[in-house]
Design a protein around this ligand. Structure first.
Ligand SMILES: Nc1ncnc2c1ncn2[C@@H]1O[C@H](COP(=O)(O)OP(=O)(O)OP(=O)(O)O)[C@@H](O)[C@H]1O
Ligand SMILES: [Mg+2]
Length: 330
């Protein structure tokens, strides 16, 4: 994938299921290479459908979907671990399905488990782990495919709040280090703002984009950024869009959090746009375009994506968290 090309582009994409349900309608959304975008919206509004569309597991019934990368990682809400396999065996499964040689599989599994802090439980069975640890195994399994585009469907929804926050912090470290493009569906507004460079808000079914809030906070984001006025302001805007209200006007002061000095630099949102483009869920026409919340800090100007292409085979499975682009392999 060229770093100049968007990882995935949906243009006026719609999905109507076989039973007639119109799940998505006219959704245009782009995730740039190395960009992290979060999607929030009401339950049943088509968020999982959107991810399946982006992964190529579903074909659009209207509009177009284009991907410029082959290596996709898909992290589901359920860690989908095989109970009879050790943690290491589960992580190796992704490589097995891609036909990676045993020694290389072992090496990749050990590396990925170490990255999510689970090296010491590699020989244990999944049932001996906590829910948060199982999610990390699932994440490690997906990382072995060296994905260029990571799709997350409410991955931390079933763990307690503090574990969820820590998992989010760990995910952010991986994103900053690897520079993959990320598309995260979450029900947590705070998680969406903490992790992403842009939060896209979907309407009730059929899902349509009702607004977008740019998050110009530099990475890496310290956990305490969640308590900053800038963070509160951004979450308030996303929440207002979710309720179909006009988002609050941005404050005069900069939104960017000055407390944390970035150790790594990450590409800012793809377009230098106003922080909020909003329209009420009920209306099709935009009614509000708010002033930019703030300019990204200088530290947010560069991408962390390593220039060298990692050697990896095409991804080829779903239960193990990776998918072959454009093919349903379940
Ligand atoms: N395979 C399917 N066949 C028919 N209808 C479907 C199918 N999958 C999803 N739907 C319908 O499409 C709509 C959107 O579903 P989807 O799972 O994308 O929503 P969601 O936003 O992910 O919801 P949640 O937040 O509860 O996970 C729902 O009305 C759902 O019933
Ligand atoms: Mg869903």
């Amino acid at each position: 994938m060229s770093t100049d090309e968007p990882a995935v582009t949906l243009h006026e994409a719609g999905v109507r299921y076989g039973n007639g349900t119109l799940a998505l309608d006219g959704v245009s959304l782009q995730v740039a290479a190395g960009e992290f975008v979060a999607v929030v919206g009401p339950s049943g509004g088509g968020k999982s459908t959107l991810l399946r569309l982006a992964a190529g597991l579903l074909a659009p019934s209207g509009g177009t979907v284009e991907r410029s990368c082959d290596r996709l990682g898909f992290v589901f809400q359920d860690p989908t671990l095989l109970p009879w396999r050790s943690v290491r065996g589960n992580v190796e499964l992704a490589g097995e399905l891609r036909g990676v040689r045993r020694a290389e599989r072992r090496r990749l599994a050990a590396e990925s488990l170490a990255r999510v802090g689970l090296a010491e439980v590699a020989g244990q069975l999944p049932r001996t782990l906590s829910g948060g640890m199982r999610m990390r195994v699932s994440l490690a399994r997906t990382l072995t495919g060296r994905p260029e585009l990571m799709l997350f469907d409410e991955p931390f929804g079933s763990v307690d709040e503090i574990t969820r926050e820590r998992l989010g912090e760990q995910l952010q470290e991986l994103f900053v280090a690897d520079g993959f493009a990320g598309l995260l569906v979450t029900h947590s507004v705070a998680e969406a703002v903490f992790l992403s460079q842009r939060v896209v808000v979907l309407s009730d079914r059929p899902g349509r984009v009702v607004g977008e809030v740019a998050v110009p906070l530099p990475y890496p984001r310290e956990p305490r950024v969640r308590f900053s006025p800038a963070f509160t302001e951004l979450t308030a805007r996303v929440s207002a869009l979710l309720r179909g209200e006009q988002p609050p006007a941005p404050a005069a002061r900069p939104v960017a959090e000055p407390a944390a000095k970035p150790a790594a630099k990450v590409k800012p949102p793809a377009k230098a746009e106003p922080a909020t483009k909003a329209e009420p869920a009920a209306k099709a026409e935009p009614v509000a375009k708010a002033e930019p919340a703030a300019k990204p800090e200088p530290g947010a100007e560069a991408t962390p994506r390593p220039k060298g292409k990692p050697a990896a085979e095409p991804a080829a499975e779903t239960a193990a968290g990776t998918v072959a682009a454009g093919k349903e392999v379940a």
